[in-house]
Design a protein around this ligand. Structure first.
Ligand code: AMP
Ligand code: ZN
Length: 276
């Protein structure tokens, strides 16, 4: 099966979206989310794009320029938000303070703040779905990292569709590249000559994710299905895990009103630490 058919099959099999949905594609400026925007648009879905300028120097400037160029070319409506306008600081500052004060991993901090902004803005834009560029490699790394760090229950948020259907404040997140390997996405993106950066985020080196990625790539040389097996086997046990974990009901953060399992959501707790 070719690349586009595999994406189409994931969308259909997991009922990721229908033609009535308004899908906001969270575009980082990288190959994965650009591919998602391109294919959803090509398949006739109603999409708009959202980009958060993380204000990480040249890296962010180039990503913003690329997203603008791509959306202009394809006539996709683009919404750009600067992290400083939303949280008051550039991402590097947020990450360094939380690393020092709370020993939090940089990618964890960035991921939580980004998801918080994306959900909030997608709701304001009246989206019914948010699409991200997560691929099979990302998800296999997530499964493994959650086990390594002793938090397998974090995995209940993994899967081609995540979020709470019952909660109207939570916009369902969909991952059309869920079963596609990073190398396949890269090949497709290069073939299509998308205007994207192929370097990784400058912060990721040395992070647990970087080491996990290298380990999995190594194992894949002996067994090409290692990432697929890891993800598919995890999906099989996920539902059982969800039932046994007695996950707390979603409520709303008392500070920002976003869906949260605690009185205050993770993003607000982080921002409170910075302001202290
Ligand atoms: P990452 O955690 O960097 O692998 O990113 C996961 C997904 O989040 C990407 O595939 C994008 O869909 C989305 N994303 C990452 N960075 C941004 C950004 N600056 N603005 C909007 N969406 C983003
Ligand atoms: Zn909050």
């Amino acid at each position: 099966m070719d690349f586009e058919s595999k994406v189409k099959e994931t969308i259909k099999k997991y009922k990721l979206a229908n033609k009535k949905d308004k899908i906001i594609v969270a575009m980082s400026g990288g190959k994965d989310s650009t591919t998602v925007a391109y294919l959803l648009n090509k398949l006739g879905f109603k999409i708009e794009a959202l980009h958060i300028n993380l204000l990480m120097g040249k890296w962010s400037n180039k990503n913003l320029e690329n997203v603008r160029e791509f959306c202009k070319e394809l006539k996709i409506k683009l919404h750009v938000y600067s992290i400083r306008d939303i949280v008051g600081y550039a991402m590097c500052y947020v990450k360094s303070v939380l690393k020092e004060k709370e020993k939090l991993r940089q990618c964890t901090v960035c991921g939580i703040i980004r998801r918080w902004i994306i959900n909030k803005k997608a709701r304001e834009l009246k989206a019914t779905r948010v699409a991200t560029g997560h691929n099979l490699d990302d998800e296999a790394q997530n499964v493994l990292m959650n086990f390594i760090s002793g938090n397998p229950e974090l995995g209940i948020n993994l899967g081609p569709v995540t979020g709470s259907i019952k909660d109207k404040k939570f916009i369902l997140r969909i991952k059309p590249l869920y079963f596609l390997k990073e190398k396949e996405v890269e090949k497709y993106s290069k073939k299509m000559r998308f205007p994207v950066l192929y370097q990784r985020c400058p912060c990721v080196f040395g992070a647990l994710r970087h080491k996990t990625r290298n380990k999995l790539d190594d194992l894949e040389k002996k067994n090409p299905k290692v990432k697929e097996n890891l993800v598919k086997n995890f999906l099989k046990i996920k539902e059982k895990m969800r039932k046994s974990l007695k996950i707390k009901e979603l409520k709303y953060c008392k500070a920002c009103g976003e869906p949260s399992r605690q009185e205050m959501c993770k993003a607000c707790r982080m921002l409170k630490v910075i302001k202290k």
